[in-house]
Design a protein around this ligand. Structure first.
Ligand code: GTP
Ligand code: MG
Length: 223
């Protein structure tokens, strides 16, 4: 049977139209039913949030998909996403019942001014090294790339403070299934973390979000 004969064709679609497949939906937004409030944008890592609640920050290089992941977890466009790296410039706080999620600027983006880059850097470092309310870190790495020197610098900061870390390997939809599994295995090895702490995700298809959501909530209750 040729591919043309095997493909399903919707009534009324021409012979030459490509076959239609429904969009891949591997899970719905796991935090879809959780109430969430925007708690504000702040330029200082020392900002005091009231009431005091556990805090989880999203850490990762610019453009890795931090803001997209927040939106995908909630199924709502809460955080600003852009093709232009450097979009998130402040600490953006999202308040859930019993937990704050902090969307941070990304590190490693070369095309903003030196002054801006230094400011982003100081902000991210300040959050990781001096926020006593920090309960856990969701560290995002692009599944397709090995951790960069800058990723390693941040991993060392986390290790120094012994902050619990959960890793989301992002943009898994950009690789075919077999390659995803191979990259997952090799990154688990490179990071030296237990496999269940390193989750394959895609904000586009929803892959891994249910598992990640559960682990995030567990992390917020861990301390
Ligand atoms: P900064 O705020 O600059 O640090 O970036 P960020 O880490 O918040 O990344 P953002 O969520 O803004 O996403 C950057 C780009 O990657 C956007 O064009 C997104 O649409 C795209 N993107 C994010 N997640 C995914 C994903 O899971 N799959 C695919 N294919 N694209 C994604
Ligand atoms: Mg962002």
């Amino acid at each position: 049977m040729t591919p043309r004969q095997s493909a399903k064709r919707a009534p009324g679609r021409s012979e030459d139209a490509p076959p239609f497949f429904p969009p891949a939906q591997e899970s719905t937004a796991p935090f879809g039913a959780i109430p969430v409030e925007f708690g504000g944008s702040f330029p200082s890592p020392k900002v005091k949030l009231t009431p005091a609640l556990p805090e989880i920050v999203l850490l990762g290089r610019s453009n890795v998909g931090k803001s997209s992941l927040i939106n995908a977890l909630f199924g709502r466009p809460l955080a600003r996403v852009s093709n232009t790296p450097g979009r998130t410039a402040l600490i953006n706080v999202f308040r859930l019942p019993g937990l704050y999620l902090l969307d941070l600027p990304g590190y490693g983006f070369a095309r903003v001014s030196h002054k801006e880059r230094d400011r982003y850097q100081a902000l991210v470092r300040g959050v990781l090294t001096s926020r006593s309310s920090l309960t856990g870190v969701l560290w995002l790495l692009d599944l397709r790339h090995d951790p960069s020197a800058e990723d390693q610098v941040h991993a060392d900061l986390l290790a120094d403070r012994e902050i619990p870390v959960l890793v989301a390997l992002t943009k898994a939809d950009k690789l075919p299934f077999g390659q995803r599994q191979r990259r997952h295995a090799s990154l688990v090895k490179a990071l030296g973390l237990p496999a269940d702490q390193v989750v394959l995700t895609s904000s586009t298809t929803g892959l891994g979000l249910a598992e990640l959501g559960e682990s995030l909530l567990a992390l917020s209750e861990a301390r």
